[in-house]
Design a protein around this ligand. Structure first.
Ligand code: CA
Length: 525
């Protein structure tokens, strides 16, 4: 078997660097072939996979362009054929938030995409679930151990009696007490938790386990009027909320608490078990897209394919959320230009400004985002990472903006402002009402969520080969020319409809579930 020929990928004709696509990188002395970027150059250094090669001589201070964007300036003269690593780049400052273009990009000339459906669970509030799960909401971390004990009993003893219910999930978290609950920013974790309990995959059934003495009291978490299905059912008393309170005088002994939770769980399981999947248009999908453990191929393979699938979903009338503030901050001018209206652009700018101030309070900036793994994978800094991250948003107009923890109430492409942290972003997208999650990774992460199926996409063949029973899609074939962005994008779109209809992802197969992690920018007491 002959070794694959050296392969460099440039993202734009104006770029003066290109990345090495070959598994294992390329050795010093490699002659670059005539049919690609850097034709005829000989590599001066060993260059790892995903890392950049100078295509021309770069004088000291010269702008280094990738994605036709200046990702940094050369710290010293860098001859053509050299490895351009992070230590050779001075990162540019973030652009200002004044004078950004607003809603200036022409809307794409798209035909609607009709006729695509999935089998979902219709909810009374109009939303559609992709899974039929009993969720047990908790008001405070203190009850977590008790709820987990009850969840194990429910899974073993009750679920076999309710074959149409997919799972039972305890919505544990670290919030609820010991927090400055009246601080202005406390609204974020509280509404996040409220909206998680109303995720479409929970069928409108809400049951709460409370300790009793916590700051986040059940009626503060879920005030009257906040649960559509309970309101519809309880025509005489709209304030009925199903709460098991552990400090209740009626509880004598631990098993009394467990029996109370199981008794209440049965009430909800009876109703959930009556539900059946029915044919729903693809427009009922609410997809959250995210990346984590990114490398330099993320922005070449997986994320552009996700972007293509995002455009398909938007054309089909679905909702797609992209997020991760620190990974869009350096692309904000491109995004405000794509806003559907100046008001949407202003809302994006508001979220960027809020996050700039949040980071500044902690004496850092958006550059705190990048990880050792990102850099090993060839991403020199947050500017380069951001350019690869925002392509998940596709090419369509941005129709709306959500602040952290808000619930989505519209279709189209939405910017849901969240931290880039995988589990916090995922948690906030669950709160927004996501019923399907797409997650791309280059370094590899076994990420999964209990409430919502997660389709994981590998950015490179080597990861897809090694993690063959963790990755649902291999976008690495784009780098090697085995598949096009369009082909992988369509493959993802079809897989989304299948998973939304009940097909299990690898994370579901193995039962991999990350914790829900609330974003709490308010003080702890
Ligand atoms: Ca992330």
């Amino acid at each position: 078997m002959t070794a694959p020929s050296p392969l460099l990928i440039a993202m734009h004709p104006s770029d003066n660097v290109a990345i090495v696509a070959n598994d294992g990188g390329l050795a010093a002395g490699t002659l670059l072939p005539d049919n690609g970027p850097g034709a005829g150059l000989v590599l001066r250094d060993k260059v790892p996979q995903g890392h950049k090669v100078a295509l021309v001589d770069l004088p000291a201070g010269a702008p280094v362009r990738r994605y036709n964007v200046v990702i940094g300036h050369a710290a010293r003269a860098v001859p053509a054929g050299s490895w351009v690593h992070e230590r050779l780049l001075h990162m540019p400052d973030a652009c200002g938030l004044d004078d950004l273009p607003k809603a200036t990009a022409p809307a794409p000339d798209w035909a609607p995409l009709a006729g695509y459906t999935f089998e979902g669970y219709r909810n009374a509030d109009g939303s559609v679930g992709t899974r039929n799960i009993l969720a047990i909401t908790t008001t405070v971390q203190c009850v977590t151990g008790v709820v987990e004990f009850a969840v194990q009993r429910i899974r073993q003893e009750l679920l076999p009696q309710y074959p149409h219910v997919d799972d039972v999930v305890g919505l544990s978290h670290s919030y609820g007490c010991g927090v400055a609950i009246d601080a202005p920013d406390a609204v974020i974790p509280i509404r996040t938790l409220r909206h998680i309990s109303l995720n479409p995959n929970f069928g409108g059934e809400v049951m709460v386990v409370s300790l009793g003495c916590e700051k986040l009291q059940p009626d503060r978490l879920l005030p009257p009027g906040s649960i559509p299905l309970v309101d519809a059912r309880s025509s005489t008393d709209a304030s009925v909320l199903d709460v098991v309170c552990l400090q209740d005088d009626a509880h004598v002994g631990f098993m009394s608490m467990i029996e109370s939770i199981l008794r209440q769980a049965r009430v909800h399981l009876e109703r959930l078990n009556l539900r059946r999947r029915e044919t729903c248009p693809a427009s009922e999908l609410v997809v959250g897209v995210q990346c984590g453990g990114s490398d330099a191929l993320s922005g070449v393979t997986a994320n552009p394919a996700v972007g293509f699938a995002t455009d398909l979903l938007v054309r089909a009338g679905a909702a797609v959320m992209f997020s991760e503030v620190t990974e869009v901050r350096d692309g904000i001018a491109q995004l405000t230009a794509r806003a559907a209206s100046p008001a949407v652009a202003d809302a994006m700018i508001r979220e960027m400004a809020w996050y700039d101030a949040y980071l500044q309070r902690g004496s850092v900036d958006r550059s705190a985002n990048t990880t050792p793994g990102n850099k090993l994978g060839g991403l020199s800094n947050i500017v380069e990472k951001a350019m690869g991250s925002i392509v998940k948003s596709g090419s369509g107009p941005i129709s709306g903006v959500l602040a952290p923890g808000e619930k989505l109430r519209q279709k189209g492409l939405i910017y849901a402002a969240t931290p880039a942290s995988d589990f916090i972003c995922g948690t906030l997208q669950v709160a927004a009402g996501m019923n399907l999650h797409i997650f791309t990774t280059g370094r590899g992460t076994p990420y999964g969520l209990a409430p919502v199926p997660v389709i994981k996409v590998a950015t490179r063949n080597d990861l897809a080969r090694r993690w063959h029973d963790l990755m649902d899609v291999n976008a690495g074939r784009i780098a090697t020319g085995e598949a096009s962005i369009e082909q992988v994008g369509w493959e993802m779109f079809e897989l989304m409809l299948a998973v939304a209809s009940g097909r299990k992802t690898w994370a579901e197969h193995w039962g991999l579930k990350n914790d829900l992690v609330l974003f709490n920018p308010a003080p702890i007491t």
